[in-house]
Ligand binder design. Structure first.
Ligand SMILES: Cc1cc2nc3c(=O)[nH]c(=O)nc-3n(C[C@H](O)[C@H](O)[C@H](O)COP(=O)(O)OP(=O)(O)OC[C@H]3O[C@@H](n4cnc5c(N)ncnc54)[C@H](O)[C@@H]3O)c2cc1C
Length: 417
């Protein structure tokens, strides 16, 4: 069934009674060619591209909860391609191009909105760094415009430009950056993968990974054992725990990241605004809520909720940047578990176990990566060699020290990213 405006009008006039579930709810089969552990954005996108790009459909995505219940439905929805370092920059550039055709391709409205993203700067040194970043982005074929103070004011007149500590000197404008409706991205990929024959198995927790003679042979789950020729771990914040089932110790720490949304307001913010010095970023959802977030809670945890010191920090940053926000009521906050690597960059690679693959380490930036990560992991699993866009995301860089991509310049400490 293709979605269309006519169908929506017809359903609206007939009480919305004609909609049917858009993916099947199959029981797991005893064996598959490929098992993907984790039904988040990355797992679902991988399943879709395995089917579409490589014709591999004897594939199951095993999800311990419900599809889209993890970080893919918990993030602040920012999609951008303004990374600086080789390795990262071409990957995120590729991802943004996939985003730009995604709705047509999936026939699903993921509400991708290229409303433009502005990174603010507050000092000469920061401006120099943004000039370099902007030039790198332009050389990469992406878009970047350096705005001076008045340029920022034209776009974002409601900001506090003369704050004594963080006066706004300008910003780096990335017009193709923006947002997308996060859980719709999971649903869109799920529907498209299901239609190509992939089994999406919910309420199916993987509890063990079977390895014989250095080769993966299947998984143990709460719904029974499943044999598989290849297994991909795509479990985001739970990556270390799942990899440990195969005896692997990953260079990943799990940390909480919180986000917040206010009551619905009339349109006020029509860009994504990033205030790096205050660890704060904000946009407005199509429902009118101001969606914003800050930094990690700075302790390792598997609790998908955060603590009050970071709430206070984020609210202070909001008031510093945009004092008018003090009039809005915060509706709710939530947390997600981030798979933090030492250099802040991801891993898409084989492991030392034949047939076992890894896609993790997305830190707090993995939503924008969903299409390119799925594309690259599908390529790796299908062809046993990395896709060129993700060739730098090697697991062994943390052992050898070669090829680290310390995008944020915060060093090899998970909790400083
Ligand atoms: C508050 C917050 C804000 C963020 N903001 C942004 C942003 O603005 N832009 C951006 O690009 N990124 C952002 N991120 C990061 C982004 O959401 C994540 O990097 C990305 O969603 C992780 O990949 P995923 O979608 O596959 O993860 P998930 O959706 O978490 O998928 C992993 C799945 O694996 C399942 N799983 C785990 N263990 C098992 C098991 N044993 N068996 C079966 N299934 C299992 C989980 O239930 C889960 O559904 C943010 C994250 C948070 C929490």
């Amino acid at each position: 069934m293709a979605y269309s405006g006519w169908r929506i009008i017809r359903e609206a006039l007939t009480g919305n009674t004609g909609w049917a579930p858009v993916w099947r709810d199959p029981d797991p089969k005893p064996a598959y060619d490929i098992v993907i552990i984790g039904g988040g954005g990355h797992g679902l996108a991988t399943a879709y591209y395995l089917a579409r790009e490589h014709g591999l459909t004897n594939v199951a995505v095993l999800e311990k909860g419900y599809l889209g219940g993890g970080n893919v439905g918990r993030n602040t929805t920012i999609v951008r391609a303004n990374y600086f370092l080789p390795g990262n920059s071409e990957f995120y550039s590729h991802s943004l191009k996939l985003w730009e055709g995604l709705e047509r391709e999936l026939n699903y409205n993921v509400m991708h909105s290229q409303r433009g993203l502005i990174n603010l700067f507050h000092s000469d040194g920061q401006r120099d760094a943004f000039v370099r970043r902007g030039n790198a982005m332009i050389n990469q074929g992406d878009d970047a415009i350096l705005l001076d103070r008045e340029g920022v004011r034209r776009h974002l007149p409601y900001l506090a430009f003369d704050n004594a500590r963080f006066p706004i000197h300008g910003g780096l404008y990335h017009p193709r950056g923006g947002t997308a409706r996060h859980d719709a991205v999971a649903w869109g990929y799920a529907r498209a993968a299901d239609r190509r024959g992939v089994d999406l198995v919910q309420n199916c927790e993987v509890t063990g990974i079977d390895v014989e003679g250095g080769r993966v042979t299947g998984v143990q789950t709460t719904r029974g054992a499943i044999r598989a020729k290849k297994v991909a771990i795509v479990a985001a914040g739970r990556s270390s725990q799942v990899a440990a089932m195969a005896g692997l110790r990953l260079p990943v720490e799990s940390h909480v990241l919180q986000a917040f949304v206010t009551e619905g307001l009339k349109p006020v913010i029509d860009h994504v605004v990033s205030f790096g010095m205050g660890h704060f970023y904000i946009s407005q959802s199509d429902k009118g809520g101001l969606v914003f977030g800050g930094d990690l809670d700075f302790y390792a945890s598997y609790a998908a909720r955060g603590n009050l010191p970071m709430v206070e920090h984020v609210m202070e940053a909001a008031m510093t940047l945009m004092p008018a926000i003090g009039k809005a009521k915060v509706l709710r906050s939530w947390g997600g578990i981030m798979d933090m690597t030492p250099d802040g960059s991801p891993i898409i690679d084989k492991t030392g176990i034949e047939g076992l693959y890894l896609d993790c380490g997305w830190c707090y930036g993995g939503f924008k990566a969903v299409p390119a990560s799925g594309f690259a992991l599908a390529h790796l699993v299908a062809q046993d060699r990395p896709h060129e866009s993700a060739a730098a995301f090697r697991l062994d860089r943390f052992r050898t020290g070669r090829g680290l991509m310390d995008e944020e310049g915060t060093g090899a400490q998970h909790n400083l990213h």
